[in-house]
Design a protein. Structure first.
Length: 106
């Protein structure tokens, strides 16, 4: 395993990309891939909210939903590290490096 910086996150040295989950790999196939990865010691999965948004019939977030469904079904959320990226999903632009405080905290 490899520790990430000064955190307590210890991750498998090979991160599994989740781009195909909920798109070219349906949920049962995605679960099979995730099961095999976890059985091999893997605990580090990459995803993004924009994965598969470009595919007709998808809205984005399908990969993350599939991974979340798998973790819920397996009860292994505490054993997994999910790396995600946001900001490219159509209609959800506006993220910035500087966090804007809500008016009630100004």
């Amino acid at each position: 395993m490899a520790r990430i910086g000064d955190t307590d996150l210890d991750v498998f040295p090979l991160c599994l990309g989740g781009n195909v989950f909920g798109w070219t790999a349906d949920e049962p196939t995605s679960f099979d891939v995730l099961d095999a990865y976890a059985a091999g010691g893997g605990n580090f999965v990459d995803t993004a909210d924009s994965y598969s948004a470009f595919h007709p019939g998808n809205s984005g977030g399908e990969s993350e939903t599939t991974i979340g469904n798998w973790m819920a079904a397996r009860g292994n959320r505490d054993n997994m590290v999910v790396a995600t990226k946001v900001g490219q999903l159509p209609g959800r632009q506006g993220l910035a490096a500087v966090r804007q405080r809500p008016p009630c905290f100004a």
